[in-house]
Design a protein around this ligand. Sequence first.
Ligand SMILES: NC(=O)NC1=NC(=O)NC1=O
Length: 189
Amino acid sequence: SVMEADVMQAVQAYTQTVIALAAKNALAEFNEAPEHEALSLITPCVAIPAWAEHLVAARPFSAIDVLQHYAAQLTDDWGTTELNQALSAHPRIGEKAQGNSKETALSKNEQSAVDGQKSALIVALAQGNAEYEARFGRVFLIRAKGRCGEEILGELYRRLKNSAVEEEVEALEQLRQITLLRLEGVFAQ
Ligand SMILES: NC(=O)NC1=NC(=O)NC1=O
């Protein structure tokens, strides 16, 4: 009925307000926190200290999208060094992330669609990972969030055919996506 529609609309508007206010508080917290605290909020996003240090140094941010835009700009300079630095914190796709660090929890969540999938898939991912590491000399990195195991395996097979230069570009783009998605998560709580 019209009444119910109005109530639903009001609830939705209220919910949006609460989400916006929560994000605002998270931003205020980040802006005002002591440096080491602000750093600890964002270091789980990616194991590239310079990125987190520059982001913290650029506070205060007037809005979350300004912060996210600057965070994205900082990733433009990433190259081989940053990629290898970051890979130390990313478990292989399909392998159970070890330990109880914040990064491990994030990886587990991002890879949740892969976990418990058909064992044939897990075996194929393990073989593909090994082939990738033999060919490119580093762990295969893909933004796993929002992707099922089959799609990840398909991407692994496709990227195995890349040249070293093409593959570094792709791996860096995946690292950017993982990092910026995790940053969104920091301010969405
Ligand atoms: N090797 C990986 O691709 N690791 C990961 N991808 C994600 O999206 N999270 C990870 O930890």
